[in-house]
Each structure stands twice: as structure tokens, then as C-alpha cells.
Design a protein around this ligand. Structure first.
Ligand code: GLY
Length: 463
């Protein structure tokens, strides 16, 4: 937990953005795996953590702007709980640690919200992603749970996005720690990887590293020799000679801050020429984003620049053809890069995605593209100092997508399918780093960069 004043100041800043009404915060409850008392690892809601810091199930909080009060609602454990869980800090003590003296039993939340509803007061709340919380809001507010999303407060969403987008120095320190765990995860894969190993042996080893560092994975590990499947959580294959292996994985440290890295390596430790051809184009795109990222530049413009690097590189190999600018304008690169350059990162790996991607990554000035590929870009708006974003370009040879474009003659003037066939067995490459936007540019997060050049990867894999 950060110092008390961090949470007090955050809430004070937030309150100043509102003139009237109540701000209702809903924390997460336990989520059962197969019966109620056998739960998944508890994960608090990130916005709740940001303002209230309490990493404990079944909490709620209310800031009453008109009355200038703030209250926490949570229950103390009873003797039965203590028998099974051991003694616990009281809810009063928990509240005091984040500067809140008014702590009430959870049931009092209903009385308090009910009376505000009866008085017709404005109750600001955020979008819900857990059904149990939507049901609770439904009971509190008298709105059917399926309609809750229609009543969320845009003002509240925008205020939270505004505050959480710019990371404080002490948050950056936590993200760095998560990145350092990420370094261990990825270098472990590089050192262990060899033909004959099962994917799950690697996936399990790196998930274990997060737990051994008092953290957890920031999202389910993506580790597969089917690199062309963007988010493959199946780890059942045996690693084969001459295949590439993608590992897209990050850690969440003990303060719940995240990292997210991707490396693509040759299973046998030595790139073939064709693998190297594709790898070096993706690395050039990743480097270009690092070169361009700085305050006031839109991430969408950087996405389009790296799309040109990828198109130019593929044209040089004969896989694509024609004018590079025209190809990118027509979205031809998306056959090989059907996703965006990156996303915001912080307490969530896709930071604040639960509040709505467009609130986080776009604004009135930079709008989301509707073109296939670029439409998947999560972060498009202007960068600002202390934003944290991922830089994750890729090139993929997705058989089904290639077959569709070929048969439907989509962007046919820019694609050379005979040459595409020659590269199908590369499957794909994605390279991802985490960037902190600084005063005049950006810097890579993490104490040491995970090996990234062909030479560095071959070197560490040799060991
Ligand atoms: N690295 C996983 C993702 O960005 O979705």
C-alpha cells in the first residue's frame, strides 16, 4: 500500500471535478472456481485500489460531494472466520490506513444509497464487468442489471481516466518492479526453450516466477509455437525444431501494477534466414515507435508509421508490392498486422479497459479508425508525459485470413501470394516492450531490456 496521503490526495483531486452528487465505488468480491469456498485468486478492482487502496473482498465506498463526506462499507470478520483465516486487521484499521474514519457495515450501503435514490440525487457509478456487482447495483439503484450500462456516469469515467492515465513517480517504480519480474519470465523461457519440451512446461515455469515474486500474471500467459494465433492460451504442443515460439506474458507485482512483454524466439536457438528476415522488420518497427514516442504525438500516427516500416520491409522481401503509402492508406498491411501498436498499461495490463476503450485511447480529436486492423488499435490519442504504453508490432501469416483475402481479392494489388507462401512456415513474430513517455521522448521500462536482437537472443539461448 502507498502512504495514506496518496489516497487522500487522489480522492481530493477527484472530488474537485464534481459539483454535486454521490460517487459510488464498487470493489470486487471473491469469485468461486467450482464451489463457493474454493475461489480464484482474489483481484481487487483497479479503480477501487487506486482511490481506496484496500485489497480486500466485498468493499464499497461513497464520496458524497454535497455533504463533503467519504465512507467505506465493509464487514469485520467474525470468530468463525478467524478460526479459519487467523486474526485479521479490523475494518476501522483498514480505513485509517487510507485516511477514512467513517467505516460502516456493508449493509449500510443499501440504506445510504436507497435514501439518495429516494431524494432523486445524482449517483455516479462506473461500468461493471462482474455480474455479481451489476446485480448489487441493480438492487441498490432499482435498475435491471442488463440496463446498468446505460446509466453509467461519463463524467466519472472521464475523471478516472484523466487521473489514472498519467502515472505518478511512485506508480512508475511499481511498474518497473513488474517489468523486472517480466525480465525474469522471458529470459527463463529463452534459457529453457528447446525442441522436445512441452509448451506447458515453459508456461508453468514463468507463471511460477510471478508467484515466487509475491505477484501474479498480469493476464493469462500466451505461449505458443502457433505464433500466428494472436492470443493463444493453449499450451499443449511439443516444441519442434525450426518453429518459432511466441511468449507474450507479464507480471502483476505485489502492488498490482503490471508489465506486458513479448518475445519471439527460434525453438532451437538459431534463426533461419526467413525467420530473421521477418524478425528484423518487426524489430525495426518496434524501434521506430521508441524513436517517435514523445509528448503531443498521437499514438495513432506512430501506429501508421510502423505500418509503413512493416509494409516497406515486406515489399523488400517481395511479399508485398506497390506504393508503401498507398498500401497503408488502403489497409493492405493489416493482412500481416491485424492489430494495433499498443495500449495503456498500469494497474490493469490494458489499463482501464473496463471503463471503455474509446475513453482511454481516443478523444474528441483522435477518433478510432473503422478500417480492419487499425480499428484494433487501443491507444490512438496524443501521448503525454508519464503515460505508459506498450509498443508491440508484429507480422503474422494467418492461413485463414490469407485465404480469405486471396479469394475475395482484397487489396490484391499490394500482395504477392506466391511469395507469401514461401514465408508461411515462419508463422509470425511479435516484439513488445513497455514505454514510459518522458519530457522529450520515452524510455523503456525495466532495469534491463529483455534480449531483443537476433544476436542477443541466439547468445542467451546458447547458454
Ligand atoms: N499482451 C497481451 C495484450 O496486449 O493483449
Amino acid at each position: 500500500m502507498f502512504e495514506t496521503k496518496v489516497y487522500v490526495e487522489r480522492r481530493n483531486r477527484l472530488r474537485k471535478m464534481f459539483r454535486t452528487g454521490l460517487l459510488l465505488f464498487v470493489g470486487n468480491g471473491e469469485s468461486p472456481m467450482n464451489y463457493p469456498s474454493n475461489a480464484y485468486r482474489f483481484r481487487q478492482d483497479s479503480t477501487f485500489l487506486y482511490y481506496w487502496g484496500i485489497n480486500y473482498p466485498d468493499c464499497a465506498a461513497v464520496i458524497d460531494i454535497d455533504k463533503d463526506t467519504e465512507c467505506l462499507y465493509m464487514n469485520d470478520v467474525d470468530i468463525d472466520d478467524i478460526i479459519w483465516m487467523g486474526p485479521q486487521e479490523s475494518v476501522k484499521e483498514k480505513g485509517a490506513r487510507v485516511g477514512v474514519n467513517s467505516v460502516y457495515p456493508h449493509k449500510d450501503l443499501f440504506t445510504s444509497i436507497n435514501s439518495a435514490v429516494r431524494l432523486g440525487r445524482k449517483i455516479h457509478f462506473l461500468p461493471q464487468y462482474r455480474q455479481d456487482n451489476a446485480e448489487m447495483l441493480s438492487t441498490l439503484l432499482g435498475i435491471k442489471s442488463k440496463h446498468i450500462k446505460n446509466y453509467v456516469s461519463q463524467k466519472f469515467i472521464k475523471a478516472v481516466v484523466d487521473m489514472r492515465s498519467t502515472k505518478d513517480e511512485y506508480e512508475i517504480e511499481e511498474i518497473e518492479k513488474a517489468c523486472n519480474i517480466g525480465y525474469k519470465m522471458h529470459t527463463t523461457v529463452m534459457k529453457m526453450c528447446k525442441p522436445g519440451l512441452m509448451e506447458y512446461e515453459l508456461a508453468g515455469a514463468i507463471e511460477g516466477i510471478t508467484i515466487a515474486n509475491n505477484g501474479y500474471i498480469s493476464f493469462p500467459v500466451i505461449l505458443s509455437q502457433n505464433v500466428h494465433t494472436l492470443h493463444n492460451h493453449d499450451h499443449s504442443q511439443k516444441l519442434a525444431e525450426n518453429r518459432m515460439l511466441i511468449t507474450d506474458a507479464g507480471a502483476e507485482n505485489e502492488m498490482n501494477y503490471c508489465s506486458d512483454f513479448t518475445r519471439t524466439i527460434p525453438v532451437n536457438g538459431k534463426f533461419t534466414q526467413k525467420q530473421k528476415d521477418i524478425y528484423n522488420i518487426v524489430l525495426a518497427a518496434n524501434s521506430k515507435a521508441i524513436e517517435l514516442a514523445k509528448p503531443d504525438v498521437t499514438y495513432k500516427s506512430i501506429h501508421l508509421e510502423i505500418a509503413k516500416i512493416i509494409t516497406r520491409g515486406l515489399c523488400n522481401l517481395g511479399v508485398m508490392c506497390g506504393n508503401v503509402d498507398e498500401a497503408v492508406e488502403n489497409g493492405a498491411h493489416a493482412l500481416f498486422l491485424p492489430h494495433g501498436l499498443g495500449h495503456m498499461m498500469g494497474l490493469d495490463v490494458h489499463d482501464m479497459e473496463n471503463l471503455g476503450e474509446n475513453y482511454v485511447g481516443y478523444d474528441d480529436e483522435v477518433l478510432r479508425s473503422s478500417q480492419f486492423g487499425t480499428s484494433s488499435l487501443r491507444m490512438g490519442r496524443r501521448l503525454q508525459k508519464n503515460f505508459v504504453v506498450t509498443d508491440e508490432p508484429g507480422i503474422y501469416f494467418i492461413p485463414e485470413l490469407i485465404a480469405k483475402w486471396k479469394s475475395e481479392k482484397i487489396n490484391k494489388d499490394f500482395i504477392n501470394y506466391d511469395k507469401v507462401n514461401e514465408y508461411m512456415d515462419v508463422s509470425g513474430v511479435r516484439i513488445e516492450d513497455d514505454l514510459l513517455v518522458t519530457e522529450n521522448g520515452c524510455r523503456l521500462l525495466g532495469k534491463k531490456r529483455i534480449p531483443v536482437t537476433v544476436e542477443e537472443i541466439e547468445e542467451i539461448m546458447k547458454k
